[in-house]
Design a protein around this ligand. Structure first.
Ligand code: BGC
Length: 314
């Protein structure tokens, strides 16, 4: 029997670590807050990895998932949603601390590896994972292989520009898809609508100030059947679908797997996304439509995928 595998997903607020058994079962898990800056992150990751490995009596491999541009040899070049990590050689630093090799990849690439190997996309050969959270992450499996790109930067779908004059993005440019179709995009669409048209119920749920509207307020009002909130959800669905239709043109997938925080409210969005996707596809009447499915690993997808990196990278 082979030793278990360890994976840690570094998020904006927390690092979620898991140990996977041979059958993909989670044998142990832990959460730690994400500290600021490279040195503190490495110390915290090393302690978390050692603790988890100790709990199960040793692990065969260690993998790390992180948001941002991660090179094939484990250097974070840029990460719009983390603080002070530009040009951070996390792979080398952690490997020196632990005295063993460490595999590193983008968080959404880890998530697609997990859903493809042990989740919603088992058995598929062409899959695009879209994580809808604070930003939008992308992971791609094409022709039965995990796609990494020349540098390791494949799948930065959240930063595909859909309006060059659109709102500014933390990546330094304007009008990125994640400004419209992520959790923060949903809140922005609602604030824009609220300031212009006074969306009474949504603004009430946000404490009275249109500037404070968050995605959760839109969801809560939509669940009550509020027509203004449902209109925002429809517009949001249109933006999500636009990106999915564009990605279909590039990669011709069998299926999309939608994950990230917003996937937890999938029932609210799937109708509008499906409706607009069918309308926005190129030649919809002449082609098989990719399936729109939802992630099954929930918040664990990134960490589980990180644990599988040693296997999917080699
Ligand atoms: C980053 C991606 C990341 C995604 C989800 C985006 O802003 O550029 O690298 O996968 O957020 O965390």
């Amino acid at each position: 029997m082979s030793l278990p595998r360890l994976g840690i997903d570094i998020g904006g607020t927390k690092c979620l670590g898991v140990v996977l058994g041979e059958d993909g079962m989670r044998l142990a898990e832990s959460r730690r807050p994400t500290p600021r800056g490279a040195a503190a992150i490495v110390s915290s990751l090393a302690a978390q990895a050692e603790e988890l490995a100790g709990e199960v009596g040793g692990v065969a491999s260690v993998g790390i998932g992180m948001p941002g541009l991660v090179t094939r040899d484990g250097v974070i070049k840029a990460s719009p949603n983390l603080v002070d990590v530009a040009d951070f050689p996390v792979g080398r630093m952690l490997s020196e601390r632990l005295g063993r090799p460490v595999e590193v990849d983008n968080d959404a690439t880890c998530a697609v590896a997990a859903e493809w190997r042990v989740g919603a996309a088992v058995g598929r050969t062409d899959v695009i994972m879209v994580t809808l959270g604070t930003g939008i992450g992308g992971g791609i499996v094409a022709n039965g292989r995990l796609v990494r790109g020349a540098n390791g930067f494949t799948g930065e779908i959240g930063h595909v520009v859909v309006d060059p004059d659109g709102p500014p993005c933390p990546c330094g440019r304007r009008g990125c898809w994640e400004r419209y179709a992520s959790g923060s995009g949903l809140a922005r669409l609602a604030r824009e609508a609220a300031v212009g048209k006074r969306l009474k119920r949504i603004v009430e749920l946000a404490g009275g100030d249109p500037e404070n509207v968050r995605g959760e307020n839109v969801q809560a009002a939509a669940r009550e059947g509020d027509p203004d909130a449902l209109a925002v959800v429809d517009l949001f669905g249109k933006w999500v679908a636009l990106g999915l239709a564009n990605l279909t043109n590039v990669l011709d997938p069998q299926a999309f797997v939608l994950g990230g925080g917003l996937a937890a409210s999938a029932d609210l969005y799937i109708g509008p996304i499906q409706k607009w996707f069918t309308r926005l596809l190129y030649a919809p009447e002449l082609r098989p439509h990719p399936d729109l499915t939802f992630a099954v690993l929930g918040e664990y997808a990134g960490a589980v995928g990180a644990a599988l990196l040693a296997e999917v990278h080699h």
